[in-house]
Design a protein around this ligand. Sequence first.
Ligand SMILES: [Zn+2]
Ligand SMILES: [Zn+2]
Length: 124
Amino acid sequence: MNCPKCQGLMKQTGFEGIVVEQCSSCLGIWFDEFELERLKALPGSEVIDSGDADLGAKYNPVDRIFCPHDHTPLTRMVDVRQPHIWYESCAVCHGAFLDAGEFTDYKHETIGDLFRRIGLKARD
Ligand SMILES: [Zn+2]
Ligand SMILES: [Zn+2]
């Protein structure tokens, strides 16, 4: 399987028996259906997100990408509770691609978002 974003080689990684694919080049992670939610609920699972968030931010604007399984154009999703997080999801197999650093961010919604909300209010 090749990375939907940069065509790099995807390698298997995982946590507590849940296997996901991580790109060896941009370090983004592909989650099959339910894996994202299951991993989010497991304490310590952010160790799989070994990529640098700065690297992920470089790839974040790349949004014309296709599902590595069924080649469906991926839909950009915005997390309702964390609107700064954009990720790509497949409408057919319900897999999702998160850039490096995004899964860690996605897991830590309370603290990070509290700070961001305060930051947004300060600018208003
Ligand atoms: Zn990649
Ligand atoms: Zn798909």
